[in-house]
Design a protein around this ligand. Structure first.
Ligand code: AN7
Length: 409
């Protein structure tokens, strides 16, 4: 591991890494891990298999024996020719994060943060979640033998994620209200009771794991930088982490350029897109956010300062999509490319469609859509599909079955 410090994202003051707080003690800003990359050269990465820990020099865990892993990262970057043709794009890639151990991109951050928690001597971990963070934390804390508490908004979490949390033996507490209230409670509890270590993306170590998404994309494209990267945005941790990853590879001179970062939100849960479109320098929370994409049903995004900077510095943008567009994109990706993602993830595809129709993505550009979670996470989508698409109407019983079967084909 290379040396690093924790630094305030706002006032740039540095803090020793052992002071595992989550806010700047002076101005209250978000913290960020900063590696000293001066004079550094690319390590022996070419000889290691694609994975999160391939990049261990750039991950803030010192003791190898503290690493808790379930084989995360190394997900496919799929060239999507059929979908690309439909959207008028030759070089469309999908980075499918649903291929991670618990079925979402959260595992990249969780393997690093839980390893760090172990290194710091923590025994109990805590998060608030729309589902995927909780599922991932439940699995990694089980693997580490730690106690795990998750707060989730009651009735607003997809079934598969609930099942994962329960199966891994986490203490599940359902909160009346939205994710935003659950996160506030988790932060208050972590402040008051220091034995509970907060694992939301306000924890800067988690974002370090998530930045490996960018490293992998660059290596999978043969060290060529894509022009555009699109991600669904909720709290904004992932888009900020990816931007940090692209920036670090540029600092290491592995690539010359960085991509435009485009954040996609659901129309009725879009505080970031609203701020970007109206050129605000701050993000105002949205009350009572609504969308079928429950993973990104978030009104008060914790990492908003980092998101705005990533979008501004990269000359990117933010866009909104409707639930209908999300569901259509989910079905299209699954049907045309064999890639099944959850609704929140399909937002990146739906957003690409909108932005390319709008001329903000050029047909000749190399585009990477990040699909963040597996489609099996949320079986409730079945109820939303038009019956004609599901095979619900086709049924065979009784005599002369084969004849009838042939008739419906
Ligand atoms: C599939 O699990 O916030 O912008 O508590 O599950 O980094 O928040 C999930 C977020 C996108 C948004 N796609 O990422 C949680 C949680 C999926 C997600 C996001 C989430 P961020």
């Amino acid at each position: 591991m290379w040396s690093y410090k924790l630094q305030c994202f706002e006032c740039q003051r540095g803090f020793p890494a052992q002071e595992a707080g989550f806010r700047c003690k002076i101005c209250g800003g978000l913290l960020e891990v900063i590696f000293d990359l001066a004079e550094k050269r690319e390590p022996a990465w070419k000889s290691r298999q694609l994975s999160v820990w391939k990049y261990r020099e750039l991950l803030p865990v010192e003791k190898e024996e503290c690493i808790v892993s379930l084989a995360e990262g190394g997900t496919g970057l799929h060239h999507c020719k059929r979908l690309g043709r439909k959207l008028g794009l030759k070089k469309l890639y999908v980075k499918n994060e649903g291929e991670n151990p618990t079925g979402s991109f959260k595992d990249r951050g969780m393997t690093v943060a839980i390893s760090k928690a172990r290194e710091l001597g923590k025994k109990k971990v805590l998060c608030a979640s729309t589902g995927n963070t909780a599922a991932s934390l439940a699995a990694y804390s089980a693997r580490a033998g730690m106690e795990c508490i998750v707060l989730m908004p009651k009735g607003k979490v997809a079934g598969g994620k609930m099942l994962q949390v329960i199966m891994h033996g986490a203490k599940l507490i359902q909160v009346r209200g939205d994710f935003d209230q659950a996160l506030e409670m988790a932060m208050e509890l972590a402040d008051k009771r220091r034995e509970f270590y907060l694992m939301n993306s306000i924890n800067p170590f988690r974002l370090e794991g998530q930045k490996t998404l960018a490293f992998e994309i660059l290596h999978q494209l043969g060290e060529r930088c894509p022009d555009v990267v699109l991600l669904p945005v909720g709290n904004g941790g992932n888009i900020s982490a990816a931007w940090k990853g692209f920036s670090e590879f540029q600092q290491l001179k592995i690539v010359r350029d960085r991509p435009r970062m485009m954040g996609i939100q659901a129309e009725k849960a879009a505080p970031i897109a609203r701020a970007v479109k109206s050129r605000q320098s701050k993000v105002r929370p949205i009350h009572n956010p609504q969308t079928i994409a429950t993973a990104i049903r978030i009104g008060s995004p914790a990492s908003w300062p980092k998101v705005l900077r990533a979008i501004r510095e990269s000359k990117g943008t933010a866009e909104t999509v409707t639930d209908r567009q999300i569901l259509a994109a989910q079905k299209e990706l699954a049907t045309l490319e064999g890639i099944f993602v959850e609704p929140a993830s399909a937002a990146s595809i739906a957003g690409l469609k909108k932005l390319s129709e709008d001329g903000q993505v050029d047909p000749s550009e190399t585009v990477v859509c990040v699909t963040t979670g597996h489609g099996l996470k949320d079986p409730s989508v079945l109820e939303r599909l038009p019956k004609s698409q599901t095979g619900y109407n086709l049924e065979i019983t009784g005599a002369s079955r084969l004849e009838r079967l042939e008739r419906v084909l």
